[in-house]
Unconditional design. Sequence first.
Length: 549
Amino acid sequence: MEDGASDLAGGIAAARQIWSDLKKSHDGVVVSGFKEVAESRLCVRLWLCGGASVDVVSRLEESSRLSLPPTACEVVEGSLPPCLNGGAYIQNSPNPQFMPHGPYHVVDGDGMLHSIKISQGKATFCSRYITTYKYNIERVLGYPVFPNLFAMFNSRISAYTTLLNFARVITGQINPLIHGLGTANTSLSLIGGKLFALCEYDLPYGIEMKSDGDDLITIGRHDFHASKKILMNNMTAHPKIDSQTGEVFAFKYHVIPPFLTFFRIDGNGRKQKDVPITIKRASVIHDFAVSKNYAIFPDTQIAINPLEVTRCGRVMTVDLDKTPRLGVIERYAEDEREMWWIDVPGLNILHVVNAWEEDDGGKIVILASNVLSVEHTLDRMDLNHFSMEKIMIDVEERKVVNRVPVSTKSLDFGGINPEYAGKKNRYVYAAQIETMPKILGVVKIDLSLLLAGGDGDCTVASRSYGPGCYGSEPLFVPREPSNQGATTEEDDGYLLSYVHNENTQESLFVVMDAKSPTLEIVASVKLPRRVPYGFHSIFVKQSDLRRPL
């Protein structure tokens, strides 16, 4: 690694000259939504997403950028429920290890895991960077060299950075085609009895949890025993797991054809045949839905135009002339021949909460968050509003027959009782968004309150974290039945979240009663450090994990 880093450092000196030459006639470029910061002789523009200017820029030097070994924590309110014993709540967060040297977007930070392990009513906190290929190279060098992909695709000045990084690849300084360039910063998933950290544009990284001693150890990239090695191989961050069969349904999208590929991983963690899907142009497809018999893909208005890099243009754009679509394919399809598409104006799905079938498979129901004012998604996410919607598709008529919001609030990061994944559920727990990435509270939705015509706000409970306090995605953990073989109600469980108080700079792990009409906090644990505002989380027990990778 040291020799490789030395070669890389030498190559970067030459690459920086390329940057200088490219930049000479472009000092006056102004990029909407970016803030200029002096960094040597270069003009660094940092994208500010609502509170991200505070969370990412001014606090980059805080101790939260350092890993923290397992540290005992104090339970400052209530007591931790017995069903959490032997488990760990883990959140994945973007957290750049260095001040960015170029355009930066909040989703581009290095992946960092924040875990609170619970044993016999006591809590232990741990933070660890996911040691990706990108992270390791930059750690040795002491500064960032890999492109910030989301920002790189989002401005004219970013195109110059793209050309710089192409030069690094051509000269052999970095090898993302083989090793990937992902940050593994978005989500976590249990696949084949193993824990993985995922992001949009790389393969998942295996993570090892240990019962004693050090924890959250990165094992490395994993291709699930694919039958052939593929350059630039990847898998997006939201696979869907069938709890009955152990199968995992997933997909990837690319800037080159095939722009979209659907695939399955069997219960033993082995990848099955790819199903390439034809779409006219590349677009950002962050999530998808899977029901008993179908997989449903949202084709959004966020488009990718890779050839724009040759003209120093914007590679990622919002195409308001494009009509969003939903693509429906059987989940065990061998190819795309039976796939069909539905135009759904104004539907740009970010996250899918759940999907199920009704009328003996004649109807598909999807519950998802829709990005309103999608034109702000790339430059000003703080102006986005999110509508959680219930969408019904008639399979025979191949059209959307009903679509209705389930709340008037701006909701995203919706979760359910995991036992109801792929089945009809009644309750949803969603994050109420102030401005991304700030979550001001959690809302409980009761879908049974939708009127026959589809109208009505289904909010039945909510909790605000308080002035200056912001939390994470609410994660539902079912309460264990008191008697073996007994059943529990769908909402009988707890909601887990990290909460940070920006006024006092204190952070907590909170446990809320999901059945309570006020989502009452039943336990709070004081954390030894701040947890950066993150994306997705998981609750996992040692018994959920199988053999090593």
